[in-house]
Design a binder for this molecule. Sequence first.
Ligand SMILES: Nc1ncnc2c1ncn2[C@@H]1O[C@H](COP(=O)(O)OP(=O)(O)OP(=O)(O)O)[C@@H](O)[C@H]1O
Length: 338
Amino acid sequence: MIEFKNVSASYDGELAVLRDVSFTVSDGDFVAFVGTNGAGKSTTMRLVNGLLKPTAGEVLIDGVPTGALKTSELARRIGFLFQNPDRQICCATVREELLFGFRALGEEGPEAEARVDAVIERFGFSPDAEPFLLNRGTRQLLALASIIVLAPPVIVLDEPTTGLDFRECEKVMAVVRELNEQGTTVIMVCHDMEVVGDFADRVIAMTAGRVVADGPTFEVLRDPAVLAETHILPPQITAIALALERELPACPAPVAAANTVDAMADALAVATTADAGAPAAERPDPTATPDRPEPAAPGRDGAGMLDELEPDRPDQTAAPGRPAPAAVPDNPNAEGAR
Ligand SMILES: Nc1ncnc2c1ncn2[C@@H]1O[C@H](COP(=O)(O)OP(=O)(O)OP(=O)(O)O)[C@@H](O)[C@H]1O
């Protein structure tokens, strides 16, 4: 477990770049830190792995302050993936690279060799390949593999998908997801809200060195106050769902709640069937006998849907104090007419 208790931090001892930051990351969590440039996300990661010490408050790893842990103990507990794999890779071959962490910890031996072999097989690496000649995505995978070969219980990923194309991003994140499913705690800094939405269970949003929201991913990414304060754009499907909810008063709840392509497609498929627009109380009872009258279907243009859902909506065309103009009679030939 990682705990930040009222943590402040500074690089020069004077200017606070983190102010009174508190949160807890439990074992097995998958947390994404989001926020604009300079919000303090990377600084928070440096505090997690002990590269930076708090100027006030405490950072505890399994109850022990980072200041009381040796660098090797921290390295065993927390694997750190830098944004740029070239800051991490330093050996002449893939195999050497994967053995590097064991050597640094003084843990070379048959067990280390066996774990390196297993990782080489799992990732399909060529052990004698020169790391710097690999493409960007494979170098990122190698940097990630060189961390997970040490099997730390926590991995910290600073912008793990920056500079990767879609396929490379999917490959790296699939490995991260599998690790998390096997129990590894994942803490990730990420600017890509599509990746955050697809993978993280929880989001901590920061701005100007403070935590402004901490909760389930889509609760945070749907909160208009948080979006405004952190200048974050939600994932595209969520943005569409929020826009439909805002613009279309009769927007069915499952459409407004959709956060994935599948959820949106399913919700729209249901909404476009005959009775989807009617409020629950007026929807036909599936157990009803056939001779019971059913409510009429809304028109394709949504007008029927509006009428069904908002029977008491004031007539926008009525001037105050004047009677509303007479209603236009229903066109019996119109689609969806009652
Ligand atoms: N090594 C450093 N020395 C001095 N100030 C720094 C250093 N690193 C970051 N800062 C400052 O600390 C503040 C927080 O920066 P940090 O890198 O933690 O933000 P961030 O949210 O990770 O931003 P980004 O998304 O751009 O990486 C910024 O004002 C930044 O200029």
